[in-house]
Design a protein around this ligand. Sequence first.
Ligand code: PGA
Ligand code: ZN
Length: 447
Amino acid sequence: MSLGVGFADRFCASHPESMRCIISEVTGRRVWDSRGRPTVEVELRSENGFRGRAIAPAGASRGTNEAVDLRDQTAEFGGWGVQRAVANVNEAIRKAVLGLDAADQTLLDSVLIELDGTPEKSHLGGNATIATSMAAMNLAAACHQLALWRYLAQDHEIRMPLPEIQIFGGGAHAAGRIDIQDLMVMPLGAASFDEALVVAAEVYRVAGETLARMNRLAGVADEGGWWPAFDSNEQALDVLTGCIEKAGYTHDQVGISLDIAASQLSFNGRYRTRIEQREYSREEWLQVLLDWLRRYPIVSVEDPFSEDDAEGMRSFTASAAGRVQVIGDDFLVTNAQRVNMAARNKTCNAVLLKPNQAGTISEMRAAFNAAKLAGFGTIVSARSGETEDVTIMHLAVGWDAGQIKVGSFSRSERMAKWNEGLRIEEELGPAAVFAGRSALPLQALAP
Ligand code: PGA
Ligand code: ZN
């Protein structure tokens, strides 16, 4: 299979003998994620004494076409057990990757793909393959004695990514309390990644105080955003807009980003909001969204229509052209072919890149390359089930994705990523460039 232009050259197998990173030990183990569910960690060791490790994340609002998250489905842990996925790492995967060069990511990933043998990685489990693939990348960086972002960047130009930070969590992450899954802010006017996080901290704090005062605070949702007890989706938009202003920012400095995760709302080609108990046709739903774009400072919308509603995605993208970023998450599932099709059909103008949707780093990279070729925005993303693993922050910087989505501004599985970004920015020193609003693909669809 083709892994896309420009990937192999960055993971060249022909590096000097001294840099070879031959895998000599493979360990799969069960660890625990931010929802207290089991997940797969893979640790690789090289002959020359280096170590690389990675943990598979887990989604709650998963796209139908993602790589399979292999679960035991036994009585243990409510079916969420990963004994089979861990055994696949310790047996079949171990045998196949022992002796391979971890720095030859393309070869290693094709071995995993072939060994699995299914299009959706249901045999080994996408959780087993992605943890192995990311661990190999981390091991290769360790062998080169480079931080992962630097190893990936080589001598290419890189920028610190513009973050999307969740303020309110809803949808599948808050038992459907509101229908919109993520209400996020994007600090467009920040001068640095550090400053972007200051903005996030301020809006997050003001939002928590505001909800508490309104008696609408019901805790925090899965990604750490405030769990709001609102009466409507629009109330969430009103309150968030107000909080941005109350925190002292203009709409030019801080924009709103929404993840509608509309597959969760769709039913027989129609869209249903639970909180308002309303049902819409595709055209009516389009009008609801366009009305929000007119009334609120929205700069980015993810999955506005369901994963199987290409016509809805196309009509929204056509109407919102040049004004907002339209992201395909469940709609594109980090898949290069789907990104290419979306570029041809103009069904969105940006792709969310989740390592475990693809199942290997090489396939994620192929989706990234396809998006770059199409002039799409690229957002490296966490899942709602996360851990202390910070690989995605390194990918976002090292590949120069321009944008990153991690969840909210609380809970250490989120903060670990933000704080890693601060360390990278500090290491870059005066050379650090913050992507800011230039990361949004708003020129791509301009008339
Ligand atoms: P997840 O959703 O629960 O599947 O990780 C995150 C998202 O939709 O972006
Ligand atoms: Zn999403």
